[in-house]
Design a protein around this ligand. Structure first.
Ligand SMILES: [Zn+2]
Length: 252
């Protein structure tokens, strides 16, 4: 038995049609949803495009060469590793970004979303050639305490959850936004025109400031007008990054 023969044997075994299962809340009720392997592959391709826009790729040079926390990124400055701050149960949303980072040749580390784990994200961001923090939330930003300002000054690109944006701005960052939207996700591109929704997969609607999500693509999970319990504003039309379609700004 060799590694090659074991891998080949594993590949021949029947595979579950599910890549994974996640959960989100609608009006206080948990909704479980499936992610198929095809869903995951398309999500990974989309994530890869967004990370590539930020210059995520193989490490260049000895370190990030801090550009002052949120200065406009470019490939030359940003190429390097990243810390993805996401919980294990958030894999349906964030695993495509981990896989995309691998595909782009960028080393990445995982930071969990618990306060007691904040030090781990902080340690990686302080000691390693990390040029992007992706997914930091308020719990971790608060957990970094007085180290936060130093990390912001060292890491060129911070893509944060909406609840962390204020705290990060106070610390000197100009964060971009990543936000979960029920079973979907939205990510801002370097042009700061709101967080992009992958329109091939999801459609958002806004009524009286409330956001509703529907499935648009051939996903395992089909939902219509799920009330997300989020408030926000929508923009549509072409973005300077070349993507078209909806962008969302979460307001509450
Ligand atoms: Zn864009």
């Amino acid at each position: 038995m060799t590694l090659a023969s074991t891998t080949a044997a594993a590949a021949r075994r029947p595979r579950s049609r599910q890549w994974g299962i996640g959960e989100y809340e609608v009006a206080g009720q948990l909704v479980y949803f499936e992610v198929s392997w095809d869903d995951w592959r398309r999500d990974t391709a989309w994530a890869r495009g967004l990370l590539a826009d930020y210059g995520v790729g193989p490490v260049k040079g000895d370190g990030p060469g801090g550009t002052g926390g949120g200065s406009p990124p470019c490939v030359e400055k940003v190429g390097g590793g990243l810390v993805i701050v996401a919980g294990m149960a958030e894999s349906p949303w964030f695993d495509p970004f981990e896989t995309a980072a691998c595909e782009l040749g960028a080393p990445y580390s995982i930071g969990e979303i618990y306060a007691f784990e904040a030090f781990r994200s902080g340690l990686y961001a302080s000691r390693l050639p990390v040029t992007m923090i992706f997914g930091i939330d308020r719990t971790v930003a608060e957990g970094l305490g007085e180290d936060l300002a130093g990390i912001v000054a060292r890491v060129p690109v911070i893509v944060a959850r909406p609840d962390a944006a204020g705290l990060l701005a106070q610390a000197g960052a100009k964060p971009f936004i990543v936000t979960r939207l029920g079973p979907g996700i939205a990510v801002e591109c370097p042009h700061r025109s709101g967080a992009h929704v992958n329109g091939a997969e999801w459609t958002l609607a806004e009524r009286s400031g409330e956001l509703f999500l529907s499935t648009a693509g051939p996903r395992a999970h089909q939902v219509s007008e799920a009330a997300l319990g989020l408030r926000g504003t929508l923009t549509d039309g072409p973005c300077a990054c070349g993507r078209a379609g909806q962008r969302v700004a979460i307001t509450g």
